[in-house]
Design a protein around this ligand. Structure first.
Ligand SMILES: NC(=O)c1ccc[n+]([C@@H]2O[C@H](COP(=O)([O-])OP(=O)(O)OC[C@H]3O[C@@H](n4cnc5c(N)ncnc54)[C@H](O)[C@@H]3O)[C@@H](O)[C@H]2O)c1
Length: 416
C-alpha cells in the first residue's frame, strides 16, 4: 500500500495535530473523511484536506454506520467518548488510532484490547512519549546495559502551575466525573513510560495526593467567580484570565478557548466560557499533587511525583542501576550517563523535535509508526499497542484506588 487512507472522529486539537501528518506527508497518508458536531471545525478540515462533502459527518456514529471508507480511524474525541466508536470501528473492520486515556473505565480498556486482538486489527494508543528521542534513548541505554541492572527509577512530572490551571482546573480535565482522574488524564503517559523502562510487569502500587490549592479555601478575599467581574487582585494574580489568554504568546492555550482567535471572540470566551473562571472557584476536583510508588517484577522500584507547583512543564528522571546512573530532562533533550567506573559523565544531547507542543517529537513519531504499520496491512505490534497500554492504564486505575482508599494495591488481585 503506497498511501494510507484515514478518517477522523473528533476534529479538535489532537485531531488537528495527528492529521497534520497528511499535509506534511501527502504521498503517505490522506484524510478522506471527518466527523465532528462542530460545523466550523468540520468545514476547516474539509478545506484543509480537500475532503468531499459526502465524507463530512456530524458525528462519529454517522460515519461508522457506513461500510468501511478508509484503512483506519483516528479517534480523538474526549475521554468518555472513546469506547463506543472504538468498538464499532473494530466491528466495521478499521484499524484504530485511539487517544489516551483509552477509557475512564478499566473494564472498557480491557474489552477494547481483547476485541482488537480477536479481530486481528491494530489498536494503537497515543502514548506519544514512547516515540520521543528522549524516552527512546533512555530505553536503548537500559537495554544495552549502560548502567548494569536497573534497580530504581525516580520520575517527576512537573506539570507547571499555568498548565494545571488551564487544563486541570478550568479546562476539560478538571473534573474527574466529566473526564478522568489526574493520574489517568495526565499521568497515564508516565505510568506507561515507567512500565516500558522497567521492562517487567507491575506487582504492587501505592499512592497519596490531594487537591490542596486550587479550591475555594485559597480564594483571595473578594475574588469573584469570574476574573472579569471586577477582581480586586487582577494585577498580581498569576491566573487572571485576560493576562493569560489575551497575551501575544498564549499559543495553544488561546486556541483551546475559542476557534475564532480574534480579540473580540477571545474576550467573549473569557466573559462567558470556562476559561474566564477564577481558578479558586471552578468545579475541579482532580489532584494538584500526587505521588505513586511502584514495585515491578524482579524488584525494580519506581517513585513518581506529579506536581502542579513547578514553573516549567517538563519531565525529569533518574534511572539507577548496578553500574551507573542516567539523569535526564526531557524538555531540555539532555541525558547524562554516569558510569561508576568512569571519572567523567557522558552527556547526550538529542535533537529538539518540536518541544512541549509536539511532545518532544512524540506526536509526529507516533503517526510515522502508525502509517508504517498500516502500509504493511496493520500486522506487527505498535510500540504503543493496546496490549501494552492496558497494563499501564490499569496501573493508573490502581494508583487512584490506592490514593482514595489509602492502601497498597496488589496488581494480580486488581486485574481479575
Ligand atoms: N496524547 C496526548 O498526549 C494527549 C494530549 C492532550 C489530550 N489528549 C486526549 O485527546 C482527546 C481529545 O482532546 P482534545 O484536546 O483534542 O479535545 P477537543 O475538545 O479539542 O476535541 C474533541 C472533538 O470531538 C468532537 N466530538 C464530540 N462528540 C463527537 C462525536 N459524537 N463524534 C465526533 N466528534 C465528536 C468535539 O466537537 C471536539 O471537536 C482527549 O481524550 C484527551 O484526553 C491526549
Amino acid at each position: 500500500m503506497s498511501k494510507v487512507k484515514v478518517a477522523l472522529i473528533g476534529a479538535g486539537l489532537r485531531g488537528h495535530i495527528y492529521t497534520e501528518y497528511a499535509l506534511s506527508h501527502p504521498d503517505e497518508m490522506q484524510l478522506v473523511a471527518v466527523a465532528d458536531p462542530n460545523r466550523e471545525r468540520r468545514e476547516k478540515f474539509k478545506e484543509l484536506h480537500g475532503i468531499e462533502d459526502a465524507m463530512c459527518f456530524e458525528t462519529g456514529e454517522d460515519l461508522l454506520a457506513l461500510p468501511k471508507l478508509a484503512d483506519a480511524i483516528l479517534i480523538c474525541t474526549q475521554d468518555k467518548l472513546h469506547y463506543e466508536p472504538t468498538m464499532k470501528a473494530l466491528d466495521v473492520g478499521y484499524h484504530v488510532l485511539l487517544e489516551k486515556p483509552m477509557s475512564p473505565d478499566p473494564l472498557q480498556c480491557i474489552e477494547m484490547e481483547q476485541k482488537a486482538r480477536s479481530s486481528g486489527l491494530t489498536l494503537t494508543i497515543c502514548h506519544v512519549l514512547r516515540y520521543t528521542n528522549f524516552f527512546g534513548m533512555l530505553k536503548r541505554l537500559l537495554d544495552e546495559g549502560a548502567i548494569g541492572q536497573l534497580m530504581s527509577i525516580q520520575h517527576n512530572e512537573n506539570v507547571g502551575y499555568w498548565h494545571q490551571a488551564h487544563s486541570f482546573v478550568r479546562g476539560n480535565w478538571g473534573n474527574s466525573v466529566k473526564s478522568s482522574p489526574m493520574i489517568l488524564a495526565k499521568s497515564c503517559h508516565d505510568m506507561d513510560a515507567l512500565l516500558w523502562l522497567a521492562g517487567t510487569n507491575c506487582v504492587r502500587i501505592s499512592s497519596f495526593g490531594d487537591l490542596s490549592y486550587f479550591n475555594a479555601v485559597n480564594a483571595p478575599v473578594g475574588a469573584p467567580k469570574r476574573c472579569m467581574d471586577g477582581c480586586p487582585i487582577a494585577d498580581e494574580c498569576l491566573y487572571y484570565a485576560p493576562k493569560v489568554y489575551l497575551a501575544e504568546d498564549a499559543g495553544w492555550m488561546a486556541l483551546a478557548i475559542s476557534d475564532d482567535q480574534s480579540e473580540e471572540a477571545r474576550l467573549k470566551a473569557l466573559k462567558e466560557g470556562p476559561y474566564g473562571r477564577c481558578v479558586y472557584h471552578c468545579d475541579n476536583d482532580v489532584v494538584d499533587h500526587q505521588v505513586v510508588n511502584i514495585e515491578f517484577e524482579g524488584g525494580v522500584t519506581a517513585a513518581f511525583t506529579m506536581s502542579a507547583f513547578t514553573k516549567e512543564c517538563s519531565r525529569t528522571l533518574k534511572l539507577m542501576g548496578t553500574k551507573g546512573e542516567i539523569r535526564g530532562a526531557m524538555e531540555k533533550n539532555e541525558i547524562e550517563l554516569i558510569r561508576f567506573d568512569k571519572a567523567e559523565s557522558e552527556f547526550i544531547v538529542l535533537d529538539d523535535l518540536g518541544g512541549h507542543a509536539g511532545h518532544g517529537g512524540g506526536d509526529a513519531g507516533l503517526m510515522r509508526d502508525f502509517v508504517n504499520l498500516l502500509k504493511v496491512g496493520g500486522s506487527g505490534a505498535a510500540l504503543s499497542s493496546a496490549e501494552h497500554s492496558v497494563q499501564s492504564h490499569l496501573m493508573a486505575f490502581a494508583a487512584e484506588q490506592s490514593r482514595v482508599e489509602k492502601r497498597v494495591i496488589e496488581m494480580k488481585a486488581f486485574m481479575v
